[in-house]
Write a new protein. Structure first.
Length: 250
């Protein structure tokens, strides 16, 4: 048997499963988008573009802030073991907490806050565990001997963090931001309930069309737009990691 074929043979079931996981829902959505109405695209390309960019912005900004906070907490935890223990416990607890409970809790706490800032704050809190686990795992793999050597030569902890630790985990920081952005693009509970119904994103429009209006055709069409936005962010992530990978090898 061809050697190249035998090398790729074990990956075939995984590739088929991955293709089925992505293609099957897309086929169902595409089938559902051929209905008696094309209202999903009657909204116009311009409005869809604005809606998509707004959804990406409301997902990307909280993800970037959550990643920054996770970096700071992880660096602080490495210098304070007690803090690191509690921080790890908090990450796990928040990771396994149903987002619905968090969303309704924030909708009560932030009822008197402006809608978009409230959505941003709630999204940061929900995305923190996703960013924190990725970044903390990267910092755990950092060779601590480098930091100890730099500190023995008089370097401050801040200098070690900025010049030694952060450059070594930049790919993981990028991954945390972009991967959590794709996750947050599917939010509709957070903008709908924490934003008091005034923050309109792709997710909220899809939910309104399906439940309030009953226009499942338009909802399927907008789902395809939302998946396209998520895939675009993932392609950006792949391109960025490839560029940074070439820089790190040079």
């Amino acid at each position: 048997m061809n050697r190249n074929f035998t090398q790729w043979l074990p990956a075939a079931p995984v590739a088929l499963a991955a293709a089925g996981y992505l293609v099957f829902p897309l086929v169902l959505l595409a089938k559902g988008s051929f209905g008696p109405t094309v209202a999903g695209f009657e909204r116009g390309v311009g409005l869809l573009s604005v809606l998509t960019l707004r959804s990406i912005s409301i997902a990307l900004l909280p993800a970037a802030i959550a990643a920054s906070l996770a970096v700071g907490a992880s660096l602080l935890g490495n210098s304070r073991p007690a803090f690191l223990t509690y921080y790890r416990c908090w990450l796990l607890i928040m990771l396994f907490t149903n987002p619905v409970f968090l969303v309704f809790g924030f909708s009560v706490l932030l009822a008197n806050v402006s809608s978009i800032p409230a959505v941003m704050l709630a999204s940061i809190y929900i995305l923190m565990p996703l960013c924190g686990l990725i970044i903390q795992a990267a910092i755990d793999e950092f060779d601590i001997a480098q930091a100890q050597a730099a500190q023995s030569l008089g370097a401050s902890p801040a200098y070690v963090a900025i010049r030694h630790i952060l450059p070594s985990i930049r790919l993981q920081i990028l991954a945390a931001i972009l991967l959590s952005t794709t996750y947050a693009l599917g939010f509709f509970l957070t903008p709908a309930y924490v934003g008091l119904g005034r923050v309109v994103t792709l997710g909220t429009v899809i939910n309104d069309m399906a439940n309030a209006v009953g226009d499942w055709t338009a909802a399927c069409q907008l789902c395809i737009v939302a998946i396209g936005a998520q895939l675009s962010v993932m392609l950006l992530w792949m391109a960025a990691t490839r560029i940074l990978g070439r820089e790190s090898r040079s």
